[in-house]
Design a protein around this ligand. Structure first.
Ligand code: HEM
Length: 131
């Protein structure tokens, strides 16, 4: 492989490396676990249509990874989370479960990159939570 082509491979966005099918798979598996998790499940009681919610979350990750949506949509991260009363313990559990789920479907180097994004987004969210 020439230097130029290996450089191009590295520049491929995470969405292309992981692929939309795997994003959908991880999100679906994550929500399946989350709904029976003793720490987390209660936060999701208000969601009536999980397939629509999972599609929204998968779209969010797709865009966060550099993907483009056929039908762009808006996300209201802070607005959606600020009233949930989330604590550091809850965030930690959410991230642990997300990491465990990814490990099943995504190769370790890509899972590491995806989880790093979740950690960063989670930290930002926590910083913006009402004290
Ligand atoms: C890095 C951490 C997290 C990420 C990336 C994330 C991502 C998202 C996204 C993209 C949405 C949809 C936002 C919208 O409707 O515009 C959402 C909604 C939601 N998230 Fe999170 N979330 C995180 C942490 C958590 C945690 C720790 C909990 C609770 C255990 C949680 C519970 C919820 C709930 C219940 C909704 C739906 C709220 C509603 O529609 O009223 N999230 N999340």
């Amino acid at each position: 492989m020439t230097g130029a082509s290996s450089y191009r491979r590295k520049l491929e966005p995470l969405c292309a490396k992981i692929g939309r099918d795997r994003v959908d798979q991880v999100v679906h598996a994550f929500y399946t676990k989350l709904r029976t998790d003793p720490v987390l499940h209660g936060y999701f009681d208000g969601i009536t249509d999980f397939s629509e919610h999972e599609a929204l979350i998968a779209d969010f990750w797709w865009v966060a990874m550099g993907g483009i949506l056929a039908q762009p949509r808006q996300f209201d991260m802070l607005g959606r989370h600020r009233t949930l009363g989330l604590t550091p313990v809850v965030f930690e559990r959410w991230l642990a479960l997300f990491g465990d789920t990814m490990a099943i479907y995504v190769p370790p180097d890509l899972a590491k990159q995806w989880l790093q994004m979740a950690v960063g987004i989670g930290a930002n969210l926590q910083n913006q939570m009402p004290k």
